[in-house]
Design a protein around this ligand. Structure first.
Ligand code: SF4
Length: 339
């Protein structure tokens, strides 16, 4: 059963004459109790996709396509209707807790405000009980309930943010780089807490991260995003063992592990999304680029129900023009020598 279905979602910024195509024709499903990792380099559209799903795009952004939740398309709902869904149905954990917590309000007031907005029928005692119970799960003792945000460490503030999202028992939580800037011990604790969520509350989770180690530990499925598109998707184990897209393979090669003997980085940088390269957007950086890659956008290939890729290496061959399989000259497409 899907909690959320995203179909052909597009998010544009800027002017109609010169749009920044931040998310382009993205489709994605998240099942009940499923943890999906959304990965890619900075500037590939991960956070925009997360915010697009929740209807939290900045002013000036335009979205079209479908974000289906509970039988309704969230695109096109009024801000009021979206606000009603956010919290009890759809939760969000941001990267920087300090920018979301009001420094002048005690933690208890943050909880009271959140619960009052969405569960006004609860008594004060019930609100307090529910808040303390959720904070307790995050390892924050009741003695700290009436403290201010500045009295907590960065890791504790992030746990408070997660608790604030969870106190309403959302069906889907979007966590955008929830452990960035935290040390590895706190990171491990937060990931363990997020894993408990699906077990205890049945929450589905979209985990946005650039850290593949986190995905390996915490996710059921992975969606790899490059230049506004999902280029590969599948079960974490399958994709890690056998990446089908060269970008996924290069990302995995760039991950540092205990076995790492040589550092690897992908040459170049993600493209400017005002004017992305024609054909496959990864072709200027791809060690496997072929002539066809610079000419035509790859067609999605589905290996089975859960595994798909957008890359000409996987066909369909009938769409490749004559001569398209010839490797491009590296100099001609600017792939650095160290690739
Ligand atoms: Fe590389 Fe071509 Fe596949 Fe793009 S379509 S990832 S350029 S091989």
């Amino acid at each position: 059963m899907s909690v959320l279905q995203v179909r052909r979602l597009r998010v544009y910024y800027g002017t109609p004459a010169q749009p920044v195509r931040a998310v382009e024709d993205v489709s994605l499903e998240i099942g009940e109790r499923e943890v999906v990792g959304l990965v890619g380099e900075s500037g590939c559209g991960k956070s925009t996709l997360g915010r697009g799903i929740l209807g939290l795009l900045p002013e000036g952004a335009r979205a079209d396509g479908e974000v289906l939740y509970g039988g309704r398309n969230l695109i096109g709902l009024s801000p009021k209707e979206l606000r009603r869904l956010r919290g009890p149905d759809l939760g969000l954990v941001f990267q920087e807790p300090m920018t979301r917590l009001n420094p002048l309000s005690r933690i208890s007031e943050h909880f009271r405000e959140t619960l009052k907005q969405h569960e006004s029928r609860l008594s004060d005692a019930e609100m307090r009980r529910r808040s303390l119970e959720t904070l307790g799960r995050m390892g924050i003792p009741p003695t700290r309930f009436d403290q201010y945000p500045h009295e907590f460490s960065g890791g504790m503030r992030q746990r408070i943010m997660i608790a604030l999202a969870l106190v309403l028992r959302p069906k889907l939580l979007v966590a955008d780089e929830p452990t960035t800037s935290l040390d590895v011990i706190v990171e491990g604790q937060i990931l363990a807490l997020l894993a408990d969520l699906k077990r205890d509350f049945g929450t589905a989770l979209l985990l946005i991260t650039h850290n593949l180690g986190i995905v390996a530990e915490s996710c059921d499925r992975i969606a790899v995003m490059y230049a506004g598109k999902i280029v590969e998707e599948g079960p974490v184990r399958d994709v890690f063992a056998n990446p089908a897209h060269p970008y996924t393979r290069e990302l995995l090669r760039s991950t540092i592990s205990l076995e790492t003997t040589e550092l690897h980085s992908i040459p170049g940088a993600p493209p400017n999304l005002i004017d992305p390269p024609p054909g496959c957007r990864f072709h200027p950086r791809c060690p496997d680029a072929m002539r066809v890659c610079a000419q035509l956008e790859p067609v999605e290939k589905r290996f089975d129900q859960v595994r798909r890729v957008q890359c000409w290496l996987h066909g369909p061959e009938s769409r490749i023009p004559a001569g398209g399989e010839l490797p491009l000259e590296r100099e001609a497409i600017g792939v650095a020598d160290e690739a």
